[in-house]
Design a protein around this ligand. Sequence first.
Ligand code: ADP
Length: 745
Amino acid sequence: MGDDYVKVRVQLEQMRSFGEDAEKEEEEEEEEGADAEEQQQLPGSSPPHAPVSPDPSSVTIAGSDASSTSVTCKQRGKSRSRPGRDDKNSCGKHLQDLSLHGSAAHAGKNLNRLGHERTLHIRGTGKILQGKSETNGNYVSIHPSKNIPEVKLANKRRPVTVDTAKAKTSLEALKISIKQLKWKEFPLGRRAACDIYWHGVSFHDNENIVSGQVNKFPGMIEMLRKINMSRAVRTMQELFPEEYDFYPRSWILPEEYQQFSTQIRMVKENDATVNPTFIVKPDGGSQGDGIYLIRDPSDLKLMAGSQAKQGVVQEYIHKPLLIDKLKFDIRLYVLIKSLEPLEIYIAKEGLTRFCTEPYQEPSQKNLSHVFMHLTNYSLNVHSGNFVHSDSQNTGSKRTLSSVLYRLAAKGVDIKKVWSDIIALVIKTVIAVVPELKVYYQAEIPPGKPGPTCFQILGFDILLMKNLKPVLLEVNSNPSMRIEHEQEVAPGVYEYVPSPVDKEVKVGVIRDTLRLMDPAHRKPSVSQPRAAGFEHGEEIPLEAEIQERSPDEAALPSLCLKQVYPKYTKQFNYLRLVERIASLFIRFLGVKGNMRLGPTAFRTFIRTCKLSNSNFTMASVDILYIDITRRWSGSTPDSREAGMGLQAFVEAFFHLAARRFKSLPMREQVASLLDLCEAQLEPQSGAEDRRSVSCSRALPRANKTQSLGLTNPQLNSPTPLRRAASQDYRLHQRLKPRSLRANVEN
Ligand code: ADP
């Protein structure tokens, strides 16, 4: 620390010194109030109710009435400027135009929009916008709903400050939330540090933040791209095939094309009646861009210009649950409140997005019917059949609760569905956390002042006909727009409030802010469930009673439900790769590194006493070179040389298989982890006593104690490791083991 950080601080000061007079006044007011007792109060308000569908009879299950037509889903052009299409990593990118083979009628309306000057009217406000907004050049202002309760401050406290300058399309929902909480917004940023920084795209939207909390984790965008996500889940599938069967079988392109091709050929040769369908997705894509369905590997479009296309090809779920004969998917909002300790919240309300053409099982004829097969709002909104509805239980976008209630009225066990969805979310987060921790320590190494992070993710989930939830993807930047665009005349668009979006998204943002309130930040407020569910047992649907101080009693109940650490007992045994990541991080050595060099790998082997006469240091070097070379080929964009986490995990699995030949694979890995951690125990004991959360939630005094040379923040404390190990063994006793052939090298 030292010079660099002083420099950063000075830069930050300079950066923020564009402050306006008005802002200075506000700051002075704040400082006056800073010593006042921190207390706030909201008038009581009941949480939103989900309407029960009046017509449960029209729920249908995907049938076999596969009368067919034909598909080619074409990538849309990128021509019309549209601010803040921020779904996933496409934030701020331009709206792309849609053209479909055989769907000219649908596409025509959209094509008409090309090249028109943009004029945006805000309905009900009389505002006309062209490019920038009317108030500060940064945002479009929409009237907040009159009936949303606002926080009343019982006693004066320094309001929580939120920098919204980079919020992009989340801004409207964010403004409403801040207003409800009576917090203080800084729409142009602020000279002094804010408590919370709300970014529209990534951790790096504002550079040089040295304190407070940022609503993005470093590396989240990279981690959730389709290829990385598939790899992370696949690693978990290797260890826990049954637990991770909610993710469709996927192959990474172009590197696994041969495997894909061979496997499908064999399946078809074995049974001529089998004719599976696959969905091809470009790696960095979102909003359905570039997605198409195929029935034969030879239909894959592998090259783009002279470049091999990066992406995944995935088993297509051909029997989805239908409502009103339409395919739909669920957008669920999930808050990762902290990585260490892991804290996950799920929004009790979400959205469902409906296709706009009745579903038929895929056939050669209908493969290109995007309005039948793809549920993306951004696509279907251009269909003539799209229904914008102010009601939550009709139209092409509905609340999740309205859909669940409708299913319940049909006799579906929605508690089971919800419980399966929660399990899917926790398992998915567990799959991506190891690599996120690597990114985190590289960005904010221990000792470097930096913010803590939290993030709202958008999970896209499909329900199968048999009600099993399937994970389609996770969006690092789910759209938080609460208005939608309407074309009122050629080239003239109106932003009109979307009640369904507002209902759901304002709740998610407001309650995320409440959970991140610095006055409430404590190490880990909630305790893991002491006992109760065994593996596979259902998790209750009903709302949690949140632990709340008397001051908070008047707040509307949180729409975010804590699921982790609450269900630690059920899921902790899955966190094996995270323990491998802790070892990896420990041996990274140089601050800011994300890759292990050959010497560091040797040090790991030596320190953990993994070499012997059968496995010499020369073999260790060969293993290192072999695995690293293969992985560097599969990640051509990697700038750093060395062994990344995924390669290290592969090496670890290999070492585990050598060492514990007779055990099933996951026990091999668990045993090797125990062995390595035991070797490191004497060293880590001291560190563990100093260990703090990597969410940096502890008071300053504690934090400074953790500034060691190694990275105790990201190593699970010894008791946690032991607990994970014990959980794992308990799980092994409870579940039948799936035996796996031993690997020998
Ligand atoms: P994008 O990021 O472009 O939205 P998704 O992975 O979400 O990509 O896929 C787009 C849409 O395609 C989904 O919303 C869903 O309707 C459909 N889809 C994606 N994967 C599958 C699958 N494996 N089986 C069936 N439908 C799928």
